[in-house]
Design a protein around this ligand. Structure first.
Ligand SMILES: Nc1nc2[nH]c(SCC(=O)O)nc2c(=O)[nH]1
Length: 285
């Protein structure tokens, strides 16, 4: 049987790689250039992603792009809560809240979110206890340093080993705080305190994280490393590189793919899934 994530009653079945559509409700989010700052635009965008085949919608009110300024609790709430309330009514999809703040986690779940996606791995004060009390599945992501400074000089002895160790520790801490292991997802955090070489090592070595015994989420969509590898400066031109990267992530064990370009990724996974369904060849007699 496949792992399932019960997102406040909306179940995400991980019988194949599932597509998480990104809904930035931030004026400075790098790939949307702020056009989703308004509630209507964000809701319309999210509903379009649902049309394109997203399995879950990730709502974020604080841009965590390198160098981004921090956002106050009130500002983050003002951005995301109205969007979550509308989407909880207008779509049947599970909704995740992309936040590190306990207050935003609580308000978002009260508004209809069914998963917490924390780029800071529930390390902010009160985050672990808030997530445990809310009882929804959580995504624990690795980040080296803080969004403001993480890309200045990222350094590792062995990035795969160090990220693996960090995620193992976050799983342990989450379980100690009362979060059931079956509600935990891990994520190596592509681009969060990593050079392109580090991101490539993490993608190549993604299978390492499967041994942590929880689903793996991969999010490379339109990121700087994809731009560097493909020479595509404009984030909107990084679709093909992003789809390629997420197909490799799926091949190497990721079962949630966090993307901007849902339709393209859904098509790629349809091809992936058809091949995965081909019966294994009978052993030679
Ligand atoms: N779990 C998870 N959440 C995320 N939120 C962002 S925001 C930056 C961007 O989309 O470029 N990235 C990620 C990611 O990689 N994993």
């Amino acid at each position: 049987i496949s792992p399932q994530l019960d997102c406040a009653g909306r179940v995400l079945v991980l019988d194949r790689p599932r597509v998480m559509g990104i809904v930035n409700v931030t004026p400075d989010s790098f790939s949307d250039g702020g056009e989703h700052a308004s509630l209507e635009a964000a809701v319309a965008h999210a509903l379009r992603l649902a049309e394109e085949g997203a399995d879950i919608l990730d709502i974020g009110g604080e841009s965590t792009r390198p160098g981004a300024a921090e956002v106050s609790i009130d500002e983050e709430l003002a951005r995301v809560i109205p969007v979550i309330e509308r989407l909880a009514k207008e779509t049947a999809l599970p909704i995740s809240i992309d936040t590190s703040k306990p207050e935003v986690m609580r308000a978002a779940v009260a508004a209809g979110a069914g998963m917490i996606n924390d780029v800071y791995g529930l390390r902010r004060d009160g985050a672990l206890d808030a997530a445990a009390a809310l009882g929804v599945p959580v995504v624990l992501m690795h980040m080296q340093g803080e969004p403001r400074s993480m890309q200045q000089a990222p350094e590792y002895d062995d990035v795969v080993a160090e990220v693996h160790r960090f995620l193992a520790e976050r799983i342990f801490s989450a379980e100690m705080a009362g979060i059931a292991k079956k509600k935990i997802v891990v994520d190596p955090g592509f681009g969060f305190g990593k050079t392109t070489a580090h991101n490539l090592a993490l993608l190549a070595g993604l299978e390492r994280f499967v041994d942590l015994g929880v689903p793996v989420l991969a999010g490379l969509s339109r990121k700087r490393s994809i731009g560097e590898l493909t020479g595509r400066e404009d984030a909107q031109a990084r679709v093909h590189g992003s789809v390629a990267a997420h197909l490799i992530a799926a091949q190497r064990g990721a079962t949630i793919l966090r993307v901007h370009d849902v339709a393209a990724t859904v098509d790629a996974i349809k091809v992936w899934d058809a091949v995965a369904k081909v019966p294994a060849p009978r052993p030679k007699a």
